[in-house]
Design a protein around this ligand. Structure first.
Ligand SMILES: Nc1ncnc2c1ncn2[C@@H]1O[C@H](COP(=O)(O)OP(=O)(O)O)[C@@H](O)[C@H]1O
Ligand SMILES: [Mg+2]
Length: 309
Protein backbone atom coordinates (compact mmCIF):
# COMPACT_ATOMS: atom_id res chain seq x y z
CA UNK A 1 0.00 0.00 0.00
CA UNK A 2 1.28 3.46 -0.85
CA UNK A 3 1.96 5.49 2.27
CA UNK A 4 -0.23 8.55 2.69
CA UNK A 5 1.13 12.08 2.65
CA UNK A 6 -0.09 14.33 5.43
CA UNK A 7 -0.96 17.98 5.65
CA UNK A 8 -0.21 18.73 9.29
CA UNK A 9 -2.35 21.79 10.07
CA UNK A 10 -1.53 23.77 13.19
CA UNK A 11 -1.75 27.26 14.67
CA UNK A 12 -5.01 28.92 13.76
CA UNK A 13 -6.13 32.47 14.49
CA UNK A 14 -7.80 32.19 17.90
CA UNK A 15 -7.04 32.31 21.63
CA UNK A 16 -5.77 28.71 21.57
CA UNK A 17 -3.13 29.30 18.88
CA UNK A 18 -0.19 28.76 21.25
CA UNK A 19 -1.63 25.50 22.56
CA UNK A 20 -2.13 24.33 18.98
CA UNK A 21 1.49 25.09 18.12
CA UNK A 22 2.58 22.75 20.93
CA UNK A 23 0.15 20.05 19.77
CA UNK A 24 1.54 20.59 16.24
CA UNK A 25 5.13 20.01 17.37
CA UNK A 26 4.14 16.77 19.09
CA UNK A 27 2.27 15.62 15.97
CA UNK A 28 5.27 16.44 13.78
CA UNK A 29 7.63 14.42 15.98
CA UNK A 30 5.21 11.48 15.74
CA UNK A 31 4.99 11.78 11.92
CA UNK A 32 8.82 11.70 11.75
CA UNK A 33 8.94 8.65 13.97
CA UNK A 34 6.26 6.93 11.86
CA UNK A 35 8.22 7.76 8.69
CA UNK A 36 5.36 9.64 6.99
CA UNK A 37 5.84 12.25 4.35
CA UNK A 38 4.20 15.50 5.39
CA UNK A 39 3.92 19.23 4.89
CA UNK A 40 3.24 21.60 7.77
CA UNK A 41 0.69 24.34 7.26
CA UNK A 42 0.18 27.17 9.71
CA UNK A 43 -3.53 28.01 9.62
CA UNK A 44 -2.88 31.75 9.79
CA UNK A 45 -4.66 34.33 7.62
CA UNK A 46 -3.18 32.83 4.40
CA UNK A 47 -4.37 29.35 5.31
CA UNK A 48 -6.67 28.82 2.33
CA UNK A 49 -4.02 29.69 -0.26
CA UNK A 50 -1.48 27.45 1.42
CA UNK A 51 -3.90 24.53 1.66
CA UNK A 52 -4.98 24.83 -1.98
CA UNK A 53 -1.34 24.99 -3.07
CA UNK A 54 -0.62 21.55 -1.59
CA UNK A 55 -4.05 19.98 -2.12
CA UNK A 56 -2.97 17.70 -4.96
CA UNK A 57 0.07 16.42 -3.07
CA UNK A 58 -1.63 15.35 0.18
CA UNK A 59 -4.06 12.60 1.19
CA UNK A 60 -5.07 13.44 4.76
CA UNK A 61 -5.34 16.60 6.88
CA UNK A 62 -4.00 15.92 10.36
CA UNK A 63 -5.65 18.60 12.49
CA UNK A 64 -3.43 19.83 15.32
CA UNK A 65 -5.83 22.73 15.85
CA UNK A 66 -8.03 23.79 18.76
CA UNK A 67 -10.72 26.41 19.33
CA UNK A 68 -12.61 28.86 17.16
CA UNK A 69 -12.58 28.40 13.35
CA UNK A 70 -10.95 25.01 13.95
CA UNK A 71 -12.71 22.86 16.52
CA UNK A 72 -16.13 24.23 15.53
CA UNK A 73 -16.57 22.76 12.05
CA UNK A 74 -15.07 25.60 10.00
CA UNK A 75 -11.82 23.85 9.03
CA UNK A 76 -13.75 20.61 8.63
CA UNK A 77 -16.05 22.38 6.15
CA UNK A 78 -13.07 23.60 4.13
CA UNK A 79 -11.68 20.05 3.99
CA UNK A 80 -15.10 18.72 2.91
CA UNK A 81 -15.21 21.23 0.08
CA UNK A 82 -11.86 20.15 -1.36
CA UNK A 83 -12.53 16.46 -0.52
CA UNK A 84 -9.50 16.17 1.75
CA UNK A 85 -10.16 13.57 4.49
CA UNK A 86 -9.39 14.96 7.96
CA UNK A 87 -8.89 13.62 11.46
CA UNK A 88 -11.54 13.81 14.19
CA UNK A 89 -15.19 14.84 14.16
CA UNK A 90 -17.11 16.03 11.10
CA UNK A 91 -18.75 19.41 10.50
CA UNK A 92 -21.90 18.87 12.56
CA UNK A 93 -20.22 17.03 15.46
CA UNK A 94 -17.56 19.74 15.71
CA UNK A 95 -20.13 22.55 15.64
CA UNK A 96 -22.39 20.92 18.22
CA UNK A 97 -19.50 20.10 20.54
CA UNK A 98 -18.05 23.60 20.34
CA UNK A 99 -21.21 25.59 21.01
CA UNK A 100 -21.77 24.96 24.73
CA UNK A 101 -25.36 26.18 24.58
CA UNK A 102 -26.40 23.83 21.77
CA UNK A 103 -24.35 21.06 23.33
CA UNK A 104 -26.45 21.50 26.49
CA UNK A 105 -29.61 20.97 24.41
CA UNK A 106 -28.17 17.69 23.09
CA UNK A 107 -27.32 16.57 26.62
CA UNK A 108 -30.84 17.40 27.79
CA UNK A 109 -32.42 15.59 24.85
CA UNK A 110 -30.44 12.45 25.71
CA UNK A 111 -31.04 12.72 29.47
CA UNK A 112 -27.33 13.12 30.18
CA UNK A 113 -26.64 14.88 33.52
CA UNK A 114 -25.03 18.32 33.43
CA UNK A 115 -25.17 21.63 35.35
CA UNK A 116 -28.38 23.69 35.22
CA UNK A 117 -27.83 26.80 33.16
CA UNK A 118 -29.23 30.13 31.98
CA UNK A 119 -28.39 31.87 28.72
CA UNK A 120 -27.45 35.56 28.49
CA UNK A 121 -27.45 37.36 25.12
CA UNK A 122 -24.84 40.09 25.42
CA UNK A 123 -26.11 41.85 22.28
CA UNK A 124 -29.74 42.03 23.44
CA UNK A 125 -29.41 42.45 27.21
CA UNK A 126 -27.82 45.16 29.27
CA UNK A 127 -25.12 43.23 31.13
CA UNK A 128 -25.40 45.53 34.18
CA UNK A 129 -29.02 44.50 34.64
CA UNK A 130 -28.77 40.73 34.22
CA UNK A 131 -30.20 38.72 37.12
CA UNK A 132 -29.73 35.05 37.95
CA UNK A 133 -31.78 32.50 39.86
CA UNK A 134 -28.66 30.58 40.95
CA UNK A 135 -26.95 31.09 44.28
CA UNK A 136 -23.20 31.62 44.64
CA UNK A 137 -20.78 30.22 43.72
CA UNK A 138 -21.85 30.00 40.09
CA UNK A 139 -19.98 29.82 36.80
CA UNK A 140 -20.03 32.28 33.88
CA UNK A 141 -18.52 31.30 30.54
CA UNK A 142 -18.62 32.23 26.86
CA UNK A 143 -20.63 29.67 24.90
CA UNK A 144 -17.94 29.24 22.24
CA UNK A 145 -14.39 29.30 23.58
CA UNK A 146 -11.86 26.87 25.01
CA UNK A 147 -8.89 26.39 27.37
CA UNK A 148 -10.97 28.10 30.13
CA UNK A 149 -10.54 31.46 28.37
CA UNK A 150 -13.24 33.85 29.62
CA UNK A 151 -14.50 31.46 32.35
CA UNK A 152 -15.14 32.90 35.84
CA UNK A 153 -16.14 31.10 39.03
CA UNK A 154 -18.21 33.80 40.75
CA UNK A 155 -18.42 34.02 44.53
CA UNK A 156 -20.50 37.19 44.64
CA UNK A 157 -22.69 39.52 42.60
CA UNK A 158 -19.73 41.77 41.83
CA UNK A 159 -17.80 38.75 40.43
CA UNK A 160 -20.94 37.92 38.43
CA UNK A 161 -20.99 41.29 36.66
CA UNK A 162 -17.23 41.15 36.06
CA UNK A 163 -17.61 37.59 34.76
CA UNK A 164 -20.35 38.61 32.31
CA UNK A 165 -18.19 41.46 30.96
CA UNK A 166 -15.19 39.19 30.56
CA UNK A 167 -17.20 36.43 28.83
CA UNK A 168 -18.79 39.00 26.49
CA UNK A 169 -15.33 39.77 25.10
CA UNK A 170 -15.24 36.25 23.65
CA UNK A 171 -18.84 35.53 22.65
CA UNK A 172 -22.18 37.31 22.56
CA UNK A 173 -23.84 34.20 24.01
CA UNK A 174 -22.90 33.58 27.63
CA UNK A 175 -23.77 30.63 29.85
CA UNK A 176 -24.45 31.03 33.55
CA UNK A 177 -24.21 27.64 35.26
CA UNK A 178 -24.79 26.28 38.71
CA UNK A 179 -21.49 25.33 40.34
CA UNK A 180 -20.69 21.60 40.41
CA UNK A 181 -18.84 21.19 43.68
CA UNK A 182 -17.08 17.80 43.34
CA UNK A 183 -13.93 16.29 41.83
CA UNK A 184 -13.09 17.09 38.19
CA UNK A 185 -12.59 14.14 35.83
CA UNK A 186 -12.05 13.61 32.14
CA UNK A 187 -12.73 10.62 29.92
CA UNK A 188 -10.95 10.26 26.58
CA UNK A 189 -12.72 8.43 23.76
CA UNK A 190 -10.61 6.67 21.17
CA UNK A 191 -12.21 5.11 18.09
CA UNK A 192 -14.98 2.99 19.60
CA UNK A 193 -14.55 3.09 23.36
CA UNK A 194 -13.94 5.15 26.47
CA UNK A 195 -10.39 4.98 27.85
CA UNK A 196 -9.52 5.06 31.54
CA UNK A 197 -10.81 8.25 33.22
CA UNK A 198 -8.34 10.73 34.72
CA UNK A 199 -8.91 12.86 37.81
CA UNK A 200 -7.75 16.46 37.49
CA UNK A 201 -6.62 18.18 40.70
CA UNK A 202 -5.41 21.76 40.28
CA UNK A 203 -3.36 22.79 43.34
CA UNK A 204 -5.04 26.20 43.51
CA UNK A 205 -8.17 27.81 42.04
CA UNK A 206 -9.96 25.80 39.31
CA UNK A 207 -8.74 24.21 36.07
CA UNK A 208 -8.05 27.58 34.45
CA UNK A 209 -5.67 28.42 31.57
CA UNK A 210 -2.61 28.67 33.80
CA UNK A 211 -3.34 25.41 35.60
CA UNK A 212 -3.92 23.66 32.28
CA UNK A 213 -0.61 24.61 30.71
CA UNK A 214 1.89 25.19 33.54
CA UNK A 215 3.79 22.02 34.43
CA UNK A 216 3.34 21.10 38.11
CA UNK A 217 0.24 23.24 38.71
CA UNK A 218 -2.17 20.33 38.41
CA UNK A 219 -2.04 16.75 39.60
CA UNK A 220 -3.46 14.06 37.28
CA UNK A 221 -4.57 10.76 38.78
CA UNK A 222 -5.07 7.75 36.53
CA UNK A 223 -7.09 5.76 37.33
CA UNK A 224 -9.04 8.04 39.71
CA UNK A 225 -9.57 6.99 43.30
CA UNK A 226 -13.25 6.21 42.80
CA UNK A 227 -15.40 3.09 43.16
CA UNK A 228 -15.49 0.78 40.13
CA UNK A 229 -19.20 1.60 39.56
CA UNK A 230 -18.45 5.32 39.29
CA UNK A 231 -15.60 4.66 36.83
CA UNK A 232 -17.96 2.54 34.74
CA UNK A 233 -20.65 5.22 34.92
CA UNK A 234 -18.15 7.87 33.76
CA UNK A 235 -17.13 5.72 30.79
CA UNK A 236 -20.74 5.00 29.83
CA UNK A 237 -21.74 8.67 30.06
CA UNK A 238 -18.65 9.74 28.07
CA UNK A 239 -19.38 7.26 25.27
CA UNK A 240 -23.06 8.30 25.14
CA UNK A 241 -22.03 11.98 25.04
CA UNK A 242 -19.51 11.34 22.24
CA UNK A 243 -22.18 9.61 20.18
CA UNK A 244 -24.97 12.04 21.03
CA UNK A 245 -23.00 14.98 19.67
CA UNK A 246 -21.76 13.00 16.65
CA UNK A 247 -18.11 13.22 17.60
CA UNK A 248 -15.82 10.88 15.68
CA UNK A 249 -12.46 9.07 16.06
CA UNK A 250 -11.48 10.76 19.31
CA UNK A 251 -12.71 13.29 21.83
CA UNK A 252 -12.48 14.10 25.52
CA UNK A 253 -15.53 14.45 27.73
CA UNK A 254 -15.02 16.52 30.90
CA UNK A 255 -16.99 15.93 34.08
CA UNK A 256 -17.42 17.10 37.64
CA UNK A 257 -18.97 15.09 40.42
CA UNK A 258 -22.06 16.72 41.89
CA UNK A 259 -24.13 15.24 44.70
CA UNK A 260 -22.32 11.91 44.19
CA UNK A 261 -23.00 11.66 40.44
CA UNK A 262 -20.83 12.54 37.44
CA UNK A 263 -22.12 15.56 35.48
CA UNK A 264 -20.87 16.39 31.99
CA UNK A 265 -19.17 19.80 31.72
CA UNK A 266 -18.29 19.73 28.04
CA UNK A 267 -16.84 17.77 25.13
CA UNK A 268 -13.62 18.61 23.30
CA UNK A 269 -13.63 17.30 19.74
CA UNK A 270 -10.01 18.33 19.04
CA UNK A 271 -8.55 17.89 22.52
CA UNK A 272 -5.03 18.99 23.50
CA UNK A 273 -2.58 16.39 22.23
CA UNK A 274 0.96 16.95 23.37
CA UNK A 275 2.55 13.77 24.77
CA UNK A 276 1.69 15.02 28.28
CA UNK A 277 -1.92 15.93 27.43
CA UNK A 278 -4.78 13.90 28.82
CA UNK A 279 -5.93 11.86 25.80
CA UNK A 280 -2.40 10.58 24.99
CA UNK A 281 -1.86 9.98 28.74
CA UNK A 282 -4.93 7.73 28.91
CA UNK A 283 -3.94 5.99 25.65
CA UNK A 284 -0.43 5.32 27.04
CA UNK A 285 -2.03 3.92 30.20
CA UNK A 286 -3.62 1.30 27.92
CA UNK A 287 -0.40 0.57 26.05
CA UNK A 288 -1.00 2.83 23.02
CA UNK A 289 2.11 4.98 22.61
CA UNK A 290 1.93 8.49 21.09
CA UNK A 291 3.02 7.64 17.48
CA UNK A 292 0.60 4.72 17.44
CA UNK A 293 -2.14 7.04 18.69
CA UNK A 294 -1.42 9.47 15.82
CA UNK A 295 -1.46 6.57 13.36
CA UNK A 296 -4.94 5.62 14.62
CA UNK A 297 -6.16 9.19 14.01
CA UNK A 298 -4.75 9.04 10.46
CA UNK A 299 -6.18 5.59 9.70
CA UNK A 300 -9.62 6.77 10.81
CA UNK A 301 -9.59 10.12 9.00
CA UNK A 302 -12.65 10.68 6.83
CA UNK A 303 -15.18 12.98 5.23
CA UNK A 304 -18.86 13.51 6.05
CA UNK A 305 -19.73 13.54 2.37
CA UNK A 306 -17.52 10.81 0.87
CA UNK A 307 -19.83 10.25 -2.07
CA UNK A 308 -20.43 13.82 -3.27
CA UNK A 309 -19.17 14.43 -6.79
N1 LIG B 1 -20.59 24.22 36.17
C1 LIG B 1 -19.34 24.19 36.63
N2 LIG B 1 -19.07 23.95 37.94
C2 LIG B 1 -17.81 23.96 38.41
N3 LIG B 1 -16.72 24.21 37.65
C3 LIG B 1 -16.91 24.45 36.34
C4 LIG B 1 -18.21 24.45 35.75
N4 LIG B 1 -18.08 24.74 34.44
C5 LIG B 1 -16.77 24.90 34.21
N5 LIG B 1 -16.04 24.73 35.34
C6 LIG B 1 -14.57 24.85 35.48
O1 LIG B 1 -14.07 25.65 34.43
C7 LIG B 1 -13.22 24.89 33.55
C8 LIG B 1 -13.42 25.32 32.11
O2 LIG B 1 -14.78 25.22 31.76
P1 LIG B 1 -15.24 24.53 30.40
O3 LIG B 1 -16.72 24.57 30.35
O4 LIG B 1 -14.62 23.18 30.29
O5 LIG B 1 -14.68 25.51 29.29
P2 LIG B 1 -13.45 25.39 28.26
O6 LIG B 1 -14.06 24.97 26.96
O7 LIG B 1 -12.90 26.76 28.20
O8 LIG B 1 -12.48 24.36 28.78
C9 LIG B 1 -13.59 23.43 33.83
O9 LIG B 1 -12.55 22.56 33.51
C10 LIG B 1 -13.92 23.47 35.33
O10 LIG B 1 -12.74 23.46 36.11
MG1 LIG C 1 -12.94 22.37 29.26
Amino acid sequence: MLSKKMALIKGGINSERNVSLVTGEAFEAALKELGHEYVVIDADKDFLHKLLDVRDQVDVALLALHGKLAEDGVVQGICEYIKLPYTGAGVLGSALGFDKYYFKQILKFHDLPSAKFELVHARQQNLDEVTTNFSYPLVVKPSREGSSVGVTICQSESDFFKGLKLASQYDSEILVEEYLEGQELTVPILIDRALTPIEIRPKVRFYDYENKYTAGNTEYIIPPELPEETIDELKTLAWKTHQACRARVYSRVDFRMHKGRPHVIEINTLPGCTPTSLVPKAAAHEGIQFPQFIQLLIDNAGLDYEGVR
